[in-house]
Write a protein that binds this ligand. Structure first.
Ligand code: ATP
Length: 412
């Protein structure tokens, strides 16, 4: 393990002369993905890592995460080597592609990751509730994430990255596939996290988003850092001045032009300001929401609260993990009655009753499928009329062991 460089007081991530060369089959240098870069990321800032495809951003991120070993150079994350296990507890990561268990619901997904980080039942319940609300997925918490739209999957991925209340959040293309509302929500979340002292590294090709949330950016090309600095400094054109005032008549514009000419300056452009397409879009959707129209996708998220600020671990008194799992299984079963509508993304009220024979039959088939899902070894010998409590108990234990298995597999 290479030695970690001494960390600057404020720099939570420090890379010195960092290089990564990928070898070919014969161990010859094939690609110099990262070429002797120096990079400092400071506590409490939103840092944008930019560059065209193949410029070395993901390779840099993977080295910071300790997933790839540098060919040469040094990295310190929170003053330690990135492969140090204690560092990983303080990092949240949303990869470019989310790897989610398709069959787990949104709540189960977060529950699972919260378990990996060793949160107890009370903490898990509170945290999962908060995160679902934060990313606007509370109403979809019982749907399998495999059914989610791309934007909804990014949202659950973001919630997953926040589950351990990380000090450093690394997001690779977090808003891919999101609509402007969801994107605006994510930007709001990032700014709130920053205001609470968290550090965010953002990789994105959506430069307008980067510009609106990042304090500093680094622009890579061919594995090297080509420009780096505060966004304001990099983008300010100090050779020009823009004046803003209330509407001017033609004669007033002429008077301004005269005044400038007398000082040896020309009036280069006079424009009527326009709203942006993003603002127009957001206004229209907000108006529709005010009028009570609904959508089955992700909704606007909540304000960032509680644990992300101080690591508070409060919880409600009814937070028993066993009850939570039992509840999850019960809800999955009741949701099975309307899967086709859920798949189409249509929001429907719960069915009033099984009065339609075709619906009755379809529901029974689905019940059987669910039964097999949770009790794969059962040979169909059970009596369908067995008491509901027995059934809940069986599926409860199977589902809990499923999550335990996943947890163990991941730890291995
Ligand atoms: N495992 C690998 N083996 C060989 N070459 C690799 C490997 N991973 C990345 N590379 C190469 O390293 C270079 C940088 O890739 P990297 O994924 O870091 O770029 P990026 O800036 O993240 O691109 P994108 O914006 O497309 O995600 C590319 O030329 C890529 O082909």
């Amino acid at each position: 393990m290479a030695e970690a460089p001494v960390s600057d007081n404020q720099a939570v991530i420090r890379c010195l002369d960092l290089t990564k060369t990928f070898k070919d089959f014969w161990l010859r240098d094939r690609v110099r993905a990262v070429d002797a870069i120096d990079l400092d990321v400071f506590r409490g800032e939103v840092f944008g890592l930019l560059g065209p495809n193949g410029s070395g951003k993901s390779t840099t991120i993977k080295m910071i995460l300790g997933l790839l070993r540098p060919t040469s150079g040094q990295i310190a994350v929170l003053g330690k080597h990135p492969e140090d296990v204690s560092v990983k507890r303080h990092i949240g990561y949303l990869p470019e592609e989310s790897y989610l268990y398709r069959f787990l619901t949104a709540r189960e997904t977060l529950e699972y990751y919260a378990r990996l980080f060793g949160l107890n039942g009370r903490q898990r319940k509170t945290r999962v509730d908060t995160l679902l609300e934060l990313v606007g997925l509370t109403h979809a918490e019982r749907r399998p994430v495999g059914e989610f739209s791309k934007g909804m999957q990014r949202k659950i991925g973001l919630a997953q990255a926040l589950v351990n209340d990380p000090e450093i959040l690394i997001l690779d293309e977090p808003t891919t596939g999101m609509d402007p509302i969801a994107t605006a929500d994510v930007k709001k979340i990032l700014l709130t996290l920053k205001s609470r002292g968290k550090t965010v590294i953002l990789c994105s090709h959506l430069l307008a988003d980067v510009e609106s949330v990042c304090d500093r950016v680094s622009i890579m090309f061919g594995g090297r850092v080509r420009a780096e600095g505060p966004v304001n400094e990099l983008l300010t054109d100090s050779g020009k001045t823009t004046l803003e005032t209330a509407h001017l008549s033609e004669s007033e514009v002429q008077a301004v032009e005269e005044a400038l000419r007398s000082r040896g300056k020309a009036l280069d452009a006079v424009r009527q300001p326009r709203t942006s397409l993003e603002d127009l879009f957001l206004d229209i959707v907000k108006q529709a929401e005010r009028e009570g129209l609904s959508t089955s996708g992700a909704r606007s998220g909540a304000e960032v609260t509680g644990f992300l600020a101080e690591g508070a671990e409060g919880g409600s008194s009814a937070d028993d993990p066993d009850r939570l799992i039992a509840d999850l299984v019960g809800r999955q079963r009741s949701e099975a009655a309307e899967p086709s509508d859920a798949k189409r993304g249509v929001e429907v009220p719960p069915p009033p009753g099984r009065t339609d024979p075709a619906m009755e039959e379809a529901t029974e088939v689905l019940d059987d499928l669910i039964q097999q899902r949770f009790e794969p070894s059962a040979e169909g010998g059970g009596d369908a009329s067995e008491s509901a409590s027995e059934e809940a108990k069986d599926s409860d234990s199977v589902d809990r062991s499923l999550i335990d298995d996943l947890t163990q597999r991941d730890k291995d």
